[in-house]
Design a protein. Structure first.
Lengths: 166, 268
């Protein structure tokens, strides 16, 4: 792993982290943690393999660790059960039209896939490897995430699609 | 038309321009006849574009120094060593040595296993003073509920603890030494119930007698002394019984009480 190659990846890691977390400082902290872990786990890197996928995988795992730490149940109950997150959104019509805040209304799993596709232009199979999930799961998260984002951006039936989970 | 049906995955791949040319044409033919779906996938392409315009500027931001520094290995970083392949770690010699050690120790263990109490029995008997001291430390400072059954119901206490321990137990009388029974309680031991009797003198100094019936070795011992923090413990094994007398009083005085307790116990 040479310094030039890794230096070239840092801006991309920052872009993705910024889009995932929204907050600049938190995103750069995540990038820093990712790079430190990458250096300490250098032996896991197979020369010739895709360094970008490796780094994004490390970042993904760190983020999963972070989300698990402070609270136990951060994962949505089931991606299928919600169509829209449950924060009261009546007064947010305008805000919701903004793609950045709309993005923040997606569950983590969907946002992650959506951003790897949109920003990194990673192939579906590479995303599956990076996140450690089957390709079918990548496709369904992508499809749901895009549709949810579209509905939120339209601002029309976002609330109408809210289902009561018993 | 012999083409495969258009799936949602095809549509997503169309958005990402990830379809082979022939399939792309089929999807576009299909979309031409499906205005709602065409509208939907166009919206997806716009999302993608919007996300790029929103976040691409991050690529051009100057890197913070702490990040650009990490393009090189951090100084003094603990870089983990790769685990060596299994075969390399288990060289033939080491493997052979391991087998030899296993054989010898197995044989030795078999030869001596009758002469020494097993590790399990040791583990079971040795923590007696520790358990007793902890139980003393937990319950003796309790002002309002130091015991479960008070001395005013001594008959009930004796009947209850005897029943639970499966053997008659009776609190010794220590009045001549200034300690009166205030009651007792049942506690969990290593493998079953143990009893704790509590006494108090005129100054409020408390003393506990811990009685366990878990001693499996049946090897009697002389008095032994242990100190756990502020708590002094005299303990001994008598048949299946293990006794531990704990108090925050000096060793000499505790020894006299221990002797008195010992003298009162039923001899079989």
């Amino acid at each position: 792993m040479d310094s030039r190659a890794i230096l070239a990846e840092i801006p991309r890691l920052r872009r993705y982290a910024r889009a995932m977390l929204g907050d600049r400082a938190a995103a750069d902290d995540l990038v820093q943690d990712t790079l430190e872990r990458a250096w300490s786990r250098l032996f896991q890197w197979r020369p010739g393999s895709d360094m970008r996928a490796w780094l994004f995988g490390i970042m993904h795992n760190l983020r999963v660790d972070q989300l698990r730490r402070p609270k136990l149940a951060t994962q949505s109950i089931d991606e299928d059960d919600f169509d829209v997150p449950t924060r009261p959104t009546q007064t947010d019509e305008l805000e919701l039209r903004d793609i950045e805040s709309a993005l923040n209304h997606l569950p983590d799993e969907q946002r992650e896939v959506l951003l790897l596709v949109a920003l990194e232009e990673m192939g579906y199979a590479d995303i599956a490897t990076t996140l450690g999930i089957p390709v079918g799961t990548v496709m369904s998260r992508l499809s749901r995430g895009r549709e949810r984002l579209r509905l939120i951006m339209n601002g029309d039936n976002a609330n109408a699609r809210l289902r009561v989970v018993r | 038309m012999s083409a495969l049906p258009i799936t949602e995955a095809d549509l997503q791949a169309w958005v990402d321009a990830a379809l082979p040319e022939a399939r792309r044409a089929e999807v576009e033919d299909w979309l031409a006849a499906q205005p709602a779906e065409a509208e939907r996938v166009r919206a997806y392409r716009e999302q993608k574009q919007a996300l790029r315009s929103l976040f691409d500027p991050v690529l051009d931001e100057p890197l913070p120094e702490n990040l650009s520094a990490l393009a090189s290995p951090p100084p003094g970083a603990a870089i983990e060593r790769p685990p060596k392949p299994l075969l390399e770690r288990w060289s033939l010699q080491r493997f052979a040595a391991g087998v030899l050690i296993a054989l010898v120790s197995g044989l030795a263990g078999w030869m001596v296993h009758d002469r020494y109490p097993s590790a399990e029995n040791l583990a079971r008997t040795s923590p007696l003073p520790h358990q007793a001291a902890v139980a003393h430390a937990v319950f003796s400072p309790d002002v309002r509920r130091p015991v479960e059954v008070g001395a005013e119901n001594e008959d009930q206490l004796v009947a209850w603890l005897s029943k639970r321990l499966g053997t008659p137990v009776r609190p010794p009388k220590l009045g001549s030494l200034g300690f009166e029974l205030i009651g007792g309680r049942l506690l969990p031991g290593n493998s079953g119930p143990v009893a704790q009797f509590m006494y108090q003198d005129a100054t409020g100094q408390r003393l506990t007698l811990y009685v366990s019936t878990e001693n499996a070795t049946n090897q009697d011992t002389a008095f032994r002394f242990a100190k756990e923090g502020q708590v002094n413990v005299f303990y001994w094994i008598d048949g299946k019984f293990g006794y531990a007398l704990s108090a925050g009083i000096d060793k000499g005085k505790l020894a006299r009480i221990a002797t008195a307790v010992y003298d009162q116990l039923d001899r079989k």
